[in-house]
Design a protein around this ligand. Structure first.
Ligand code: KG4
Ligand code: ZN
Length: 424
């Protein structure tokens, strides 16, 4: 079965071909440079760019694979969530192709496609617990199958990726800044009390990163030297500051002290990774019961407001006040004995490319004695391969859509409105 995947939900126009689960070609054009000028994605520009490029990219992916449009059995397209105008470009193209070639149309949930990408290089084990961490979403799913993924916890405000991008913007770093903050952090030392673990002091599996973003903003405001250091990084003059940092020679007094920036980034990465780990561990305990060798649940204090907690913690003078919650929520409802225990942990989406997140989740998986399935860093961020792969999985189950398939913008949940067809 030859499946073409089309991804246009945000600022990447990406197409890929998968034959019986094997990737045979992929192409991608990122609009990051266009949007970097404005510090974030401009929806109108994004859809125009998709429209300008999609035809040429389709020709190119077919050429690279040595096939023609008539060879395609399945056209899979990301139907949402995303920017509506951008989704409509991909959807219109996919429908036209399906109509003219007779290929099966499959509308793919972009978030599910991210998670399913963890099953490209490794065998997916169902049920799995899936953490989706992207620019717009921080969700925990129980993955029952490629089709059924009940949502256990969700983003209440800023997603983890948004927090990365906004902090990078405050530092004056280019959009999207998550990867840069990851890389800068690797050169620094983590101060575990610099930032709070936002919204963990509760009983739920939801996420709120706006407090952490505010806390980081306060640190940047209070230390303008961080912005100077970030500018030095962006212009390349940080290289000489780096050299003196590494070899211990006297730093050039004209250059800002870059090590504070590295340490701040290291601490921010660590706070995000630890928060994700805490909530995923809590979800795992609810599904499977306490982790092997876990201590008894500590008593939790009640607090009022997550945003205030974050700001207060950032401003707190004593380490005790700002100390991260070690609690992974061993309490909460007991596991449902009628539900099969989860067999694997999965993490995907742009922020799952983060080295601190990968380490923290790796540690959790080791303690839990479960495999951790992660797409390669390149397949964590938006790409066409994940859509083609998800489309192939769904079509293999006999699933597809008619031409009435709807695009779903961000904020609306994706309906499970598949039609059953014969297996392709
Ligand atoms: O999944 P994705 O490509 O697009 C969405 O579906 O949103 O995720 C993009 C997000 C951006 O916020 C970007 O800054 C973040 O993923 N990101 C990272 C890293 N690589 C990409 N965040 C932290 N560390 C990284 N290494
Ligand atoms: Zn995405």
């Amino acid at each position: 079965m030859l499946c073409l995947g089309i991804e246009t939900s945000c600022d990447e126009t990406a197409l890929a071909l998968v034959r019986d689960g094997v990737v045979i070609a992929d192409v991608m054009s990122s609009q990051a440079d266009v949007h970097a000028l404005f510090g974030g994605v401009v929806p109108e520009l994004a859809s125009r760019e998709h429209y300008r490029l999609i035809g040429a990219l389709c020709d190119e992916v077919l050429r690279r694979a040595g096939v023609t449009a008539a060879d395609i059995d399945v056209v899979a397209v990301a139907r949402g969530p995303g920017l509506l105008g951008s989704l409509l470009v991909g959807m219109g193209f996919a429908k036209g192709l399906a109509l003219t070639t007779g290929a099966r149309l499959v509308g793919v949930n972009h978030l599910h496609a991210h998670l399913l990408a963890a099953g490209i290089a490794a065998e997916m084990a169902y049920p799995a617990l899936g953490l989706l961490v992207s620019g717009g979403h921080t969700h925990i799913y129980r993955m029952e199958s490629p089709r059924h993924m009940p949502l256990l916890g969700r983003t209440l405000d800023d997603a983890a990726g948004e927090a990365f991008d906004k902090v990078a913007k405050q530092l004056g770093l280019a959009y999207p800044g998550g990867r840069t903050i990851d890389e800068l952090g690797r050169k620094g030392r983590v101060n575990p009390t610099m930032f709070p673990r936002p919204y963990v002091d509760n009983d739920n599996l939801d996420f709120s990163f706006s407090g952490l973003k505010t806390a980081a903003g306060l640190v940047v405001q209070a230390n303008p030297a961080l912005i100077k250091a970030a500018r030095a990084v962006a212009t390349g003059s940080a290289l000489s500051a780096d050299a003196s940092h590494v070899d211990g020679t006297e730093p050039d007094s004209a250059l800002p002290d870059i090590s504070d920036l590295y340490d701040m980034c290291a601490s921010f990465n660590h706070a995000v990774a630890d928060t994700l780990r805490i909530k995923l561990e809590r979800a795992l305990v609810r599904e499977n019961g306490p982790l092997p060798g876990a201590p008894a649940a500590p008593a939790r204090k009640k607090r009022k407001k997550s945003g205030m907690v974050a700001v207060a913690a950032a401003q707190a003078a004593s380490p005790e006040q700002a100390a991260p919650a070690a609690d992974a929520g061993q309490g909460g409802p007991a596991p449902n004995p009628h539900r099969a225990p989860v067999r694997a942990l999965v993490a995907a989406g742009g922020v799952a490319a983060n080295s601190y997140v990968r380490e923290a989740l790796g540690d959790l998986a080791r303690r839990a004695g479960l495999p951790l399935l992660l797409p390669s860093p390149a397949l964590c961020t938006d790409n066409g391969i994940m859509v083609a792969h998800a489309g192939w999985r769904l079509a293999s189950l006999g699933l597809g859509h008619g031409l009435a398939l709807e695009a779903i913008p961000r904020g609306r949940s994706i309906p499970d409105d598949f039609t059953m067809f014969r297996s392709v």
